[in-house]
Design a protein around this ligand. Structure first.
Ligand SMILES: Nc1ncnc2c1ncn2[C@@H]1O[C@H](COP(=O)(O)OP(=O)(O)OP(=O)(O)O)[C@@H](O)[C@H]1O
Ligand SMILES: [Mg+2]
Length: 199
C-alpha cells in the first residue's frame, strides 16, 4: 500500500476548548462495550435522546452507520475486527475534537483494541462503558437471532460462542443491564457526566 508522506497537519484555527466553550459542555467519547444483545444500541440511543433533548451536541456511532459505510470493506476476522475498532476510534476522536459527546456501540471484544483507542485521547476524554450482561441473558434476549445462528454454526467467530469477549478491567462505568432498566442506565451515565463536569 502506498502511504502519503507529504501531508502536513494544519493546526485547526478554532481549538477544541473554544468549541466546548461555545457548546457550553465538555466533549468525550462514551465507548460502550459488551456482548451482542447486552443492550449497547438500546442504551446508547436512549442516552442520545436524553442528551439531544437537553440541547447537548451529541452523536452515536453504531453498526449501521459504520459497518455499511466507512468499514464496509471489513469482515469479522480478528485483524478486520482490530481495524474496525481502530477506525471507529479515530472517527470518535474527530467528534471529540469537534466538541461533541460521541457514543460508540460496538462489541469491541478485545482489551488491547480498546486500550489502543483510549491511548488516542487525553485524560478523561475516553469513558469506557461496560454494558455488563451475562451471556445466558443475552442469548435469551437474542434480539437479532444471532445466537441461534451461531449455535447452529451458521455464524463463525461469534463473540461469546466461538470467539472470546475480554471484559474491561477498569471501566469508568459498569451498567448491569440485566439488573437495571434502560431508564436507570441512562440516569447512571448522565450522572457520571454531571459528576465529571462534562455536562
Ligand atoms: N435493561 C436493559 N438495557 C438494555 N437493553 C435491554 C434491557 N432489558 C431488555 N433489553 C433488551 O435487550 C436487547 C438489547 O439489544 P441491543 O440491540 O441493544 O444489543 P447490542 O448490545 O447493541 O447488540 P449488538 O452487539 O448485536 O448490536 C433489546 O431487545 C432490548 O430491548
Ligand atoms: Mg447494537
Amino acid at each position: 500500500m502506498t502511504k502519503a508522506t507529504n501531508i502536513t497537519w494544519h493546526d485547526a484555527t478554532i481549538s477544541k476548548e473554544e468549541r466546548r466553550a461555545q457548546n457550553g459542555h465538555g466533549s468525550v467519547v462514551l465507548w460502550f462495550t459488551g456482548l451482542s444483545g447486552s443492550g449497547k444500541s438500546t442504551i446508547a440511543n436512549a442516552v442520545s435522546h436524553e442528551l439531544f433533548r437537553q440541547g447537548i451536541n451529541e452523536y452515536v456511532l453504531d453498526g449501521d452507520n459504520v459497518r455499511h459505510g466507512l468499514n464496509k470493506d471489513l469482515g469479522f476476522s480478528e485483524s478486520d475486527r482490530n481495524e474496525n475498532i481502530r477506525r471507529i476510534g479515530e472517527v470518535a476522536k474527530l467528534f471529540v475534537d469537534s466538541g461533541k459527546i460521541v457514543t460508540t456501540a460496538f462489541i469491541s471484544p478485545f482489551r488491547s483494541d480498546r486500550d489502543g483507542v483510549r491511548a488516542l485521547f487525553e485524560e478523561g476524554e475516553f469513558v469506557e462503558v461496560f454494558i455488563d450482561c451475562p451471556l445466558e441473558e443475552c442469548e435469551r434476549r437474542d434480539p437479532k437471532q444471532l445466537y441461534v445462528k451461531a449455535r447452529r454454526g451458521e455464524i463463525k467467530d461469534f463473540t461469546g460462542i466461538d470467539s472470546p469477549y475480554e471484559a474491561p478491567d477498569y471501566p469508568e462505568i459498569t451498567v448491569r443491564s440485566d439488573q437495571f432498566s434502560v431508564e436507570e442506565a441512562v440516569e447512571q451515565i448522565l450522572s457520571y457526566l454531571r459528576e465529571k463536569n462534562i455536562l
